[in-house]
Design a protein around this ligand. Structure first.
Ligand SMILES: *Cc1c(COP(=O)(O)O)cnc(C)c1O
Length: 368
């Protein structure tokens, strides 16, 4: 059955899923994952009932880790892990592994998720906020700031999912660089080896909820004095090949399928080109519009989460209903921000953006 035409995706019509996360994945991934729940690779076993120590699952884990390494062109110092707990667990696990209590971690404060990461780091050491856009409602990415030489690392959130801003240039620093890439992982080419640690909850751009991707330079580990609980110590996960305990088998499997799909599309560079086209199309419609306006400094706008409002907020509900009637899902802005947010993750086809733009234009002519 074609998933897009299934009764689960809207009566009769195509659904355009702009959800911020959990979010759209490639249709072929849904089809393969659905089939694997009933009969994994002709084993007559469901992927949900496979032992994680079987060679069947070992090959899934191996392929998922190898695809991340290949797609992100990681060097041998960088280890790839799939861990439990969502990105929020990394807010704690990163400082627990990297920051001693007398040491300082530097943070760029660019939105809700940065703020949460800062709060957890303070439990383990000192925190210095080296730049912030808080006073401007997180509407830009700070440019000129200094990081103290002795800061153990600089933490940035590469894409601010809620506000819709994104670091277009990764700051150059002599410090170790740590990044929360939850909402733009695998969406654009970066020199990923310049980061000592990258983490991302899978459910925005690479898989279902329930698993985290963590990429860590093994040379930075083992430097803190505190005792680290076994399950929290990255070194144990590395030693056990990301199978220290039962991994989230199904989530890793779906990530692996999505990574395979990304490779088949031409990899990160090819998807970045498409992501740029999608974002350019929607931002152009916003900038031309008499009714809509963007909320983020133009040069800092996110290619993943496009946030916008209406000049007349009393029209917002009518626009939301109009888009809903036409198959658009998930464009209501985050409750902290209001307005609209259209998430344009890798799997969202450009045709969905075209439909949204057409609906904006139709609404404009009705309400001009
Ligand atoms: C969604 C999100 C998180 C939180 O992820 P969980 O998996 O729910 O813990 C953290 N950081 C960013 C940038 C996010 O978009």
């Amino acid at each position: 059955m074609n998933i897009i035409d299934s009764p689960f995706r809207g009566l009769g019509g195509v659904v355009h899923n702009f959800n911020a996360g959990p979010s759209i994945l490639p249709k072929t991934v849904f089809e393969q994952a659905a089939a694997a729940i009933l009969n994994y690779n002709d084993t007559r076993l469901s992927i949900l009932e496979l032992g994680h120590r079987t060679s069947l699952f070992q090959s899934v884990m191996d392929e998922a880790r190898a695809l991340v390494r290949e797609l992100m062109q990681l060097d041998d110092d960088h280890e790839v892990l799939f861990l439990h707990g969502g990105a929020s667990t990394q807010f704690m696990q990163v400082p627990m592994n990297l920051l001693d209590d007398k040491e300082t971690a530097a943070f760029a404060d660019t939105g809700v998720w940065s703020t949460k990461a800062i709060k957890e780091a303070k439990l383990f050491g000192k925190v210095e906020i080296v730049c912030s856009s808080r006073d401007a409602g997180f509407s830009f990415i700070p440019k000129d700031f200094a990081v103290p030489n002795d800061a153990k690392y600089l933490h940035i959130t590469t894409n601010n999912t809620i506000y819709g801003s994104q670091w277009q240039t990764i700051p150059k620093t002599s410090n170790s660089l740590v990044a929360d890439m939850s909402s733009d992982i695998l969406s654009r080419v970066l020199d990923f080896n310049t980061f000592d640690l990258i983490y991302a909850g899978a459910q925005k751009n690479m898989g279902p909820t329930g698993v985290n991707l963590v990429i860590v330079n093994k040379n930075i580990l083992g430097k803190v004095k505190r005792a680290i609980p076994t399950i929290m110590d990255y070194r144990n996960h590395i030693k056990e090949g990301s199978m220290l305990n039962t991994p989230p088998v199904f989530a890793v499997y779906v990530c692996m399928l999505t990574l395979r799909w990304l490779k088949s599309q031409g990899g990160v560079a090819a998807i970045e080109k498409l992501n740029n086209e999608k974002a350019a199309l929607l931002y152009a419609a916003i900038d031309e519009s008499p009714l809509f306006k963007g909320t983020i400094n133009k040069e800092d706008r996110s290619k993943m989460n496009v946030c916008f409002v209406m000049n007349d907020p009393s029209l917002e509900e009518a626009f939301l209903n109009f888009t809903k009637e036409n198959g658009i899902v998930g464009i209501k802005g985050h409750r902290l921000v209001g307005g609209f947010r259209a998430s344009l993750y890798n799997a969202l086809p450009i045709s969905s953006v075209e439909v949204l733009v057409q609906l904006m234009k139709a609404f404009e002519s009705k309400n001009a």
